[in-house]
Design a protein around this ligand. Sequence first.
Ligand SMILES: Cc1cc2nc3c(=O)[nH]c(=O)nc-3n(C[C@H](O)[C@H](O)[C@H](O)COP(=O)(O)OP(=O)(O)OC[C@H]3O[C@@H](n4cnc5c(N)ncnc54)[C@H](O)[C@@H]3O)c2cc1C
Length: 300
Amino acid sequence: MDPICQASLSRYTTLKVGGTAEQLFQPSSTEELVNLLEQLKRQGINWHVIGGGSNLLVSSGGISGAVIRTAMMTGIKTIDTNILEAEAGARLPHLAKYAASIGLSGLEFAVGIPGTVGGAVVMNAGAHGSCTANIIENVTLFDTEKFELKTLGLDELKFEYRKSFIDPNKHIVVSARLKLKVDNKDNIEAKTRENEEYRWRTQPIGWPNAGSTFKNPSLDKSAGFLLDKAGAKELKEGQAAVSAIHANFVINLGGATSDEVVKLLADMQNSVMNTFQIRLKPEWKTLGEFSQAEREVWNI
Ligand SMILES: Cc1cc2nc3c(=O)[nH]c(=O)nc-3n(C[C@H](O)[C@H](O)[C@H](O)COP(=O)(O)OP(=O)(O)OC[C@H]3O[C@@H](n4cnc5c(N)ncnc54)[C@H](O)[C@@H]3O)c2cc1C
């Protein structure tokens, strides 16, 4: 399959930050993905995988090697009355509305999460008191070490808060089987709409962003609350600023660079550390090269 060469990754992330990928591949089926991985292996080209780019900070310095974007693998199949199988690139808002429209409950939480199934499984994305782990029956992925497709059950996926067993440096999610519950369609649709409307009221709609920047340090302390109380809404670095609507959201005012964004994250971390003596950990994943000082923000 042919790549897009020197593809600007800012186009493929919701924060609209990121340099160019030497090669960008967008397989639209498992078969194309597996053929692509064989091709890259033969040619000795290293790769990175992204989905919807909605939880991702990409370095403005660009990415060497190949970026594989699974967002074009969008199939959704009904396997049983209450089981859907969604390919890695299926979008959560679409999936949530589709499930609601056929009277399947369980995905109402996901309607305002603008990522794909692949990213949701890796991150154990969650909201409104539920998360991806609650609806997973199994996940099929390509294990690039063993070089084979594998299906992992719930126990093997080891879901935790915004974390799973899946390592995007080795595993590429191909699809997930979702175990939902047959229920009253009107109620499911009403709950889905309520969750979606809540997002419109509480998040900076219209500004490029990557969702919650930091994880909540504990169940009773949200990162947004701590940042707000620490005065983080005043913070800005270059074209990256903390949203006035939600203190755990960083917005791109236009043309922000990854350097500016990381500086802002460090300022946000420092504000909470100075006020509450709590060190916030970023929820976002990174892609590309970051300096040692920048990597400190992730404590890596
Ligand atoms: C406005 C907004 C609201 C949000 N609200 C929420 C929320 O309420 N709750 C929440 O949990 N998150 C939220 N997010 C963050 C984000 O949408 C989720 O984390 C989502 O699951 C990420 O999916 P993605 O496809 O965009 O993944 P990406 O951002 O593309 O990638 C995230 C990680 O997953 C890996 N990955 C992606 N696809 C694959 C694949 N096929 N195989 C292997 N690895 C893969 C990447 O390498 C990366 O490490 C929000 C984001 C935005 C912009």
